[in-house]
Design a protein around this ligand. Sequence first.
Ligand SMILES: Cc1ncc(COP(=O)(O)O)c(C=O)c1O
Length: 466
Amino acid sequence: MSRVAHPAGPRHADVLPADHPPAPPADLNALHPAIWPRSAARRDGVLTLGGVDVRDLTAEFGTPVFVTDEEDIRGRAREYLLAFNEGQNDSGGVFYAAKAFCSRAVLRWLHAEGLGVDVCSSGELEVALSAGVDPSMITLHGNNKLPSELSRAVSAGVGHVVVDSFEEIARLAFLASEAGTRARVLVRVTTGVEAHTHEFMATAHDDQKFGFSLASGVADEAVRRVLALPSLSFAGLHSHIGSQIFDTAGFEVAARRVMELAARIHAEHGVFVTELDLGGGFGIAYMPDDDPPDVKSLTASLRSIVAFQAAAFGLPMPRLTIEPGRAIVGPSTVTLYEVGTIKDVDGLRTYVSVDGGMSDNIRTALYDASYTCVLASRSSSAAPMLSRVVGRHCESGDIVVRDCYLPSDLSPGDLLAVAATGAYCRSMASNYNHLTKPGVVAVKDGVATEIVRRETLDDLLRLDVG
Ligand SMILES: Cc1ncc(COP(=O)(O)O)c(C=O)c1O
């Protein structure tokens, strides 16, 4: 049986399958600069990250392992901050969304670069506080924050709580007044805009769990209640419209709807919306064809969209905040796996099984996400082999990379690197099949430092107290 599957698909089929894979790349060893961490290179054919040979990384830290390029993360953070704060009088309008990946080291780096942090659970809040993030630069999110989380946020003095329900407004007001303080509040509004990559939908109804609906008038009522409660201080509005967004059309519709509310708030209460948080969702390249906008043009157009709407309603420009998660950490990180078995499904493709899977990257199974991978422990000039990289879980949907080309001399023991796994992979990891979660290793200037320890079976057994 041939390891080189025919790229045209099933041998005897007249019609190509709907998910017909793309053509093989010109060079299987190439590292597309938009997809791989900025420090990624090949030295004598071997992938290096932050100047460290991947064979040394896996010898020391095992596989699978997440390898994070510290300078890549810091560089993107600086670029966002610089671009976004241009033309804004005060700094600090970029809040990293910790849900994308949350560890003390990463929050420390980002805070040192001048970013705030957006958290949505007491776990993320404690990591941020223990990383030394200034509480006034923390924003707390969530559609069902526990009273204990609200209480901790109030006592820690977080900068903003994004309120998401009427119950929460009452709870937060009570807790703040008991603590003898005022909680600074953003009201999360549901604009009816749903945006993903190139597409967005603008609807009148808001069938989702987050926020207060603009269309139904509930958002106006939320603001009314916040303004009436002396232990709450109304800072402004929050809107998050989606994820992996490549163009700003959705933000335009959302900003218009939010600024209409701002105009009504001013007319009814004589109060200006001084802060507007536009959330996150800025897209990154996972595949060579992905072409996200550059940070400068993205942030400039967000600013001009809001400025235009503010002027149209005769309102002052609010202080803008954004909450990028994926765009800060996504491209910085690579997952290294060891190839275990290679199974040729003749005429279709080759299944390459690695020593991780859906427990360290659920995004392919959950969202049908696309990833790019390469043979990392050596280069190869063998012919391209249409492949599917799969994990070792008891689930046929356990796919890491749906379609890719790997060299046909791929062998068990080779290392594979999957790019752009910095966001929503380790943070969504599970222990399915009692696999232990991989560790995270930071690389910089030829030095590797473990920042999240690999789980051990002892860690898992310790929790099993029956
Ligand atoms: C309120 C809010 N802010 C920011 C983000 C971060 O989004 P992204 O990682 O796509 O930038 C999310 C993601 O779900 C979110 O819900």
